[in-house]
Design a protein around this ligand. Sequence first.
Ligand code: SAH
Length: 249
Amino acid sequence: MTTAILSALAEEQSGLVATLQQPQRRVHAGRVFWTGSLHGHSVVLALSGIGKVAAATTATALIERFGAARIVFTGVAGGVGDGVRVGDVVVAQDYVQHDMDASPLFPRWELPGYARARLACDGALSDLLLEAAHACTASAHGLFDANFFRTAPQVHHGLMASGDRFVSAAHESDQLRTALRAAGHDVLAVEMEGAAVAQVCLDYGVPFAAVRTISDRADDAAHADFALFVQTVASRYADHMVQAFLQRL
Ligand code: SAH
């Protein structure tokens, strides 16, 4: 059974490729896929690309071409929920596409043809990611630069939102969160790919789970915070998280 590990950014994937056993590099649909084994599991590693369409193409290729039986996403995201801080970890319970709006034909955020706005993640895989996230954050001071974080990293579990926009202004993030919350969607974090992968996985009946570390607060400082986080700690976070997850699989 092949497990696909999707990363959003090259910085997050480099450590995983370096530790891959029997690595084989294959190019398909203009993307690089690495097959091999990690911690005794058959895996395929890929970069999702940025944004929903790129991520959907990658997810489809992982399933159709590389026989992925489950897909796990690791990446970074902007924190929008109360108390979701830079350095925290969010394991997705479900996803909404915050830029989906076919109203008045369909209720806002509902995915036409799916009769729902929210796409659930696989419970069993998410539980393993939660365990992995708790293990990683508990040892955070040994693994990560302690000075980077003002508080000990927390693990959250809940709704994540994806859309084709880097949310980088406090008013944008407030607006997005308030509108979604009024419809009963209480979002913890925002990113650009997860909901697309969740939709492809639903179509194919492939279990999907996602973990995102918070690189920024999707506010006016998001651009600088994001860049610093990706350069400094994102790859170590991803390496440890995936290792802890695969050891529990
Ligand atoms: N690395 C690219 C830009 C990446 S876009 C560059 O610098 O050229 C940001 C990535 O991080 C996306 O993959 C998205 O999923 C995630 N992300 C982090 N913070 C985000 C935010 N505030 N809004 C939207 N996506 C965010």
